[in-house]
Design a protein around this ligand. Structure first.
Ligand code: AMP
Ligand code: ZN
Length: 110
């Protein structure tokens, strides 16, 4: 996807502060954090949103949830806890149309 911001981060065309990476997944710091720890975890293929997860690409989602635990350990929030959010579509206020999971932590969230 040529015009996708997160595809450009994955390809290295746009810089990001990487937290974790493997064959399937990239995790990087949110540029506008809404908690002391705010990391985005994305699949390394373009999937638009939760509505577009299917039998063929669900392996990426499974890998994302394994990666989320790793990110939590790296960011020292594994034991204190955290929140995982994926916004979808207009009413979900999804701004970037590349599937991503927000990991929020580092304080007691409201
Ligand atoms: P959403 O509203 O769920 O689509 O969230 C998109 C998130 O991407 C927001 O929290 C933004 O702050 C974040 N974001 C936008 N551009 C960048 C960027 N270049 N690097 C890191 N995070 C970004
Ligand atoms: Zn994309």
């Amino acid at each position: 996807m040529e015009d996708c911001l997160f595809c450009k981060i994955i390809s290295g065309d746009i810089p990001a502060e990487k937290v974790y990476e493997d064959e399937y997944v990239l995790a990087f710091k949110d540029i506008n954090p809404s908690a002391p720890i705010h990391v985005l975890v994305v699949p390394k293929i373009h999937i638009q949103d939760v509505n577009n997860i299917n039998e063929e690409n669900v392996i990426y989602v499974s890998k994302i949830f394994e990666a989320i635990k790793e990110v939590a350990k790296i960011c020292n929030i594994y034991d204190t806890g955290y929140r995982v959010i994926s916004n979808c579509g207009k009413d979900g206020r999804q701004e970037v149309p590349h599937l991503h999971f927000h990991i929020l932590g580092g304080k007691k969230l409201s």
